[in-house]
Design a protein around this ligand. Structure first.
Ligand SMILES: C[S@@+](CC[C@H](N)C(=O)[O-])C[C@H]1O[C@@H](n2cnc3c(N)ncnc32)[C@H](O)[C@@H]1O
Length: 258
C-alpha cells in the first residue's frame, strides 16, 4: 500500500507552474464537460478536489451557474483562481459541505485515486447530485493505461500508477452501488506540451504526485534519459497524452429517500 500524498506538503508549491492549463487544453476540456453535462443552462457545478482551481472558473464560464470548489488542502485552496461565480470551501469527497441535491454536475479531475474512503465519497456525491445530474470523472484506469511518454523514461512511474489508480470496473461498481449509472466513457487526447524541451522542463517540476513514490535517483536517471532522447532527435513534435473521462448519471430517487 503506497502512502497517501498530502498536497499541503510539497505538491502545492509546484502544482500551478507544473500543471498550468494551456488555452487549448482549457478549450478542449470546457467543450468535453459541456457536451457531457447536456444542453440545459445555467447549471450548478461542484469541482471536487479543486486544487488550485485549474478548472473551477472554467466550469463557471461553461455552465453559467454557481460553482463550488471543494478542496482539503489549505495551501492548494489559498492559491485558487478567483471568479465571481466560484466559491471555494474546505472539505473532501468523503464530507462535502453542500446540501442534498444541490448540484447538476460534479467534476472529479485526477482526484479519485487520492480519496481514502471511496465508498463514503460515492455516497456523498450521490447525495449532492440532483436526479439526472452527472458525475464526470477524469482518471487513469490501470486496465486502460495509456502509453505516456514519461513512463517510457521512468518505468517505475507506470508501476506506481498501476497500483494507485482504481480499475474501471472498481469505479463503476463503486458508483453503481451508490445509485449512479454509466452514461459514457470517452478517451480525450490532450496536448501536454508544444515541444519536447517544454515537456522536459515541465516534467522536471515533478508536479505529479506519482513522483512522491519514486526515488530521486530513479527520477534523475529518467530525466537524463529523456534529455538524451530529445538531443538525439528521438522525441519530436507536440507531446500528447490520452486521458479517460468516465461519465455517470444520478438516477431518480424514490420519495422518502434522501
Ligand atoms: C492531482 S490534484 C487535482 C486538482 C484539480 N482537480 C486539478 O485537476 O487541477 C488532486 C487534488 O485532490 C485533492 N484531494 C486529496 N484527497 C482528497 C479527498 N479525499 N477529497 C477531495 N480532494 C482530495 C488534493 O488535495 C489535490 O488538490
Amino acid at each position: 500500500m503506497l502512502e497517501r500524498i498530502d498536497y499541503d506538503e510539497r505538491q502545492h508549491a509546484v502544482y500551478s507552474a507544473g500543471r498550468a492549463l494551456s488555452p487549448e487544453s482549457a478549450r478542449l476540456w470546457s467543450g468535453v464537460f459541456a457536451r457531457w453535462a447536456g444542453p440545459a443552462r445555467p447549471l450548478t457545478a461542484l469541482d471536487l478536489g479543486s486544487g488550485t482551481g485549474r478548472f473551477t472558473p472554467l466550469l463557471a464560464e461553461a455552465f453559467g451557474g454557481p460553482v463550488y470548489g471543494v478542496e482539503p488542502s489549505e495551501r492548494m485552496r489559498e492559491q485558487a483562481a478567483v471568479h465571481p461565480n466560484v466559491q471555494y470551501l474546505a472539505g473532501s469527497a468523503e464530507a462535502i459541505p453542500l446540501p442534498d441535491r444541490s448540484c447538476d454536475v460534479v467534476v472529479l479531475f485526477l482526484v479519485l485515486h487520492h480519496v481514502a474512503d471511496r465508498a463514503a465519497a460515492a455516497a456523498e456525491i450521490s447525495r449532492v447530485l440532483r436526479p439526472g445530474g452527472r458525475l464526470l470523472i477524469r482518471s487513469t484506469f490501470p486496465d486502460r493505461m495509456p502509453d505516456l511518454l514519461w513512463h517510457r523514461f521512468i518505468p517505475g512511474a507506470r508501476r506506481v500508477e498501476q497500483q494507485i489508480f482504481p480499475t474501471l470496473a472498481e469505479v463503476t461498481g463503486l458508483f453503481e452501488l451508490a445509485g449512479l449509472s454509466v452514461a459514457g466513457l470517452e478517451r480525450v487526447r490532450e496536448t501536454t506540451a508544444t515541444d519536447p524541451a517544454a515537456y522536459a522542463r515541465r516534467l522536471r517540476l515533478r508536479a505529479i504526485s506519482t513522483f512522491e513514490h519514486l526515488s530521486d535517483d530513479e527520477i534523475e536517471r529518467g530525466f537524463a534519459a529523456l534529455d538524451a532522447a530529445i538531443a538525439a532527435g528521438d522525441v519530436t513534435g507536440p507531446i500528447t497524452s490520452d486521458c479517460d473521462l468516465l461519465v455517470l448519471e444520478a438516477g431518480p430517487r424514490d420519495r422518502g429517500e434522501r
